[in-house]
Design a protein around this ligand. Structure first.
Ligand SMILES: [Zn+2]
Length: 297
């Protein structure tokens, strides 16, 4: 019991000791049509006949970050990297490149062997392009939960150092109730205590079970409220992970034959989302995962 207590403290060392009050800034970079939410409404011609938005959506974000001297973490799928190696190289000049699976399939739909190959492929492609090792992973749709803990073994075996896929609240199929809200060492059989595994987990940030780390919630919540929530969180726990997808900040809604309410949810606030991101970037300080880990160890 004493052992467990000590290890628990060790894990939380990552954020509590000498906190920076900086937000960990990340972008998940996959094709818009690899969205789990829309996938079942898409056919080949819908995808081929519309822009994939990779270059268009990324440029304004890179410019914005460059102007502020901010380095973020980009979790990039193998499919994007294979198609646009020069873009991955460009990102790597100023930012951390990390893995987001090759296929962008959710963990629930796969098993250990299949996903091992998928992540290995993703990691290999990214490392070949940028010419150095990568250490971070984020599961598509934050699909790490009690059923998909096989991910830990994959990450350990492939030499990753950290993961940021856990929502510490149950939201639909995602997340785990009462999981640790602060970084901890993820082990193969628990989400709650730091039992000294190899992989450091960076949970997403929630407020009253709402995953306010980004995505829909960033676009939906009025900015003056969002800003207050973030401030409150930084004061309370000295830890906040932000995530977004470049295509969420680019005002283009693809023509997809999905139910209207689904499209509305998916693209809520897209018209003003880049402006909102600009304000957010101006109002806070940011750091990427690798620099955060480096600062804390
Ligand atoms: Zn994703």
């Amino acid at each position: 019991m004493e052992q467990k207590k000590n290890n628990h403290r060790l894990g939380h060392h990552y954020n509590v000791a000498g906190g920076t009050s900086k937000i960990i800034l990340s972008f998940d970079f996959e094709h818009w049509y690899d969205s789990y939410f829309l996938r079942k409404y898409l056919d080949k011609s819908t995808i081929i006949n519309q822009p994939d938005l990779i270059k268009e959506s990324l440029s304004p974000i890179l410019d914005l970050l460059k102007a502020k001297g901010i380095s973020a973490t980009f979790f990039i799928t193998g499919k994007v990297a294979e198609k646009y190696p020069e873009i991955v190289k460009k990102i790597a000049l100023d930012h951390e490149v990390a893995a987001h699976s090759y296929s962008h399939e959710v963990l629930y739909d796969r098993e250990f062997e299949e996903y091992f190959e998928d992540i290995k492929r993703n990691k290999g492609i990214l490392e070949n392009i940028i010419g150095k090792k990568i250490f971070g992973f984020r599961a598509p749709c934050f699909s790490l939960n009690k059923q998909t803990l096989y991910l830990v073994k994959i990450l350990e075996e492939l030499g990753f150092k950290y993961d940021s896929s856990l929502v510490p609240a149950k939201v639909g199929p995602h997340g785990v109730n009462k999981a640790s809200r602060l970084p901890f060492r993820l082990s193969r059989d628990n989400f709650f205590d730091d039992l000294g595994g190899k992989i450091i987990e960076f949970p997403l940030t929630t407020f009253c079970r709402m995953p306010i780390s980004g995505g829909f919630y960033f676009r939906f919540i009025p900015y003056f409220i969002y800003k207050r929530l973030v401030r409150r969180q930084l004061i309370k726990e000295n830890y906040f992970v932000f995530y977004g997808h470049p295509h969420e900040f680019f005002n283009f809604i693809p023509d997809v034959k999905a139910p209207r309410w689904k499209l509305k949810l998916k693209y809520w606030g897209i018209k003003n989302s880049f402006k909102k991101l600009e304000k957010f970037i101006n109002d806070f300080e940011f750091i990427n995962f690798q620099a955060y880990l480096h600062d804390k160890s």
